[in-house]
Write a protein that binds this ligand. Sequence first.
Ligand code: XMP
Ligand code: MG
Length: 183
Amino acid sequence: MDNNDLGSDIDKVLVTEDQIKARLVELAEEIDKDYAGKDLLIVGVLKGAVMVMADLARALHSHVTMDWMAVSSYGSGTQSSGVVRILKDLDADLTGRHVLVVEDIIDSGLTLSWLVSNLGSRGPASVEICTMLRKPEAAKVSIDVKYVGFDVPNEFVIGYGLDYAEKYRNVPFVATLAEHVYK
Ligand code: XMP
Ligand code: MG
């Protein structure tokens, strides 16, 4: 087998490229409406949110600024530890700002609930969440998520920014991996 061939590593496609594009247009419309007349800062959580940030930002019609944060709650495996480290903090001062955190996926919710309270302590006017994917069955804490792209089953997924051991982020759709990949 050619080990550079992505196709043989994919099990099921859960969300197609077209579905992602169409959903982002809908979410962007809502965000444009909800933040009309407000100064919005969108915060991407590296590295997984790179794709959704890039596509969502271009689907928006309003003026936004973009900033990035990197946190770590996973090693190279597939289980959330709940212990969050800031690897890269924001450049922006959040005082009085409307902040929209943009995530690739909410799994247990542990990372994001930590992040929202961390950002909330910096004096923003508001903090809301937009996530491309959510695993409702995996939730360990309840978080208010204002914008959700798709709910997915409680399986490890890759693609559209999401990785397995840093691979597959560039896959343009969301999928589960074939069993042979994990072995
Ligand atoms: P939690 O469990 O804290 O997840 O909500 C935090 C981060 O873990 C990553 N994550 C995944 N990455 N496939 C991935 O490639 C998955 O199924 C998955 N589940 C969680 C993701 O970066 C998320 O922000
Ligand atoms: Mg992530």
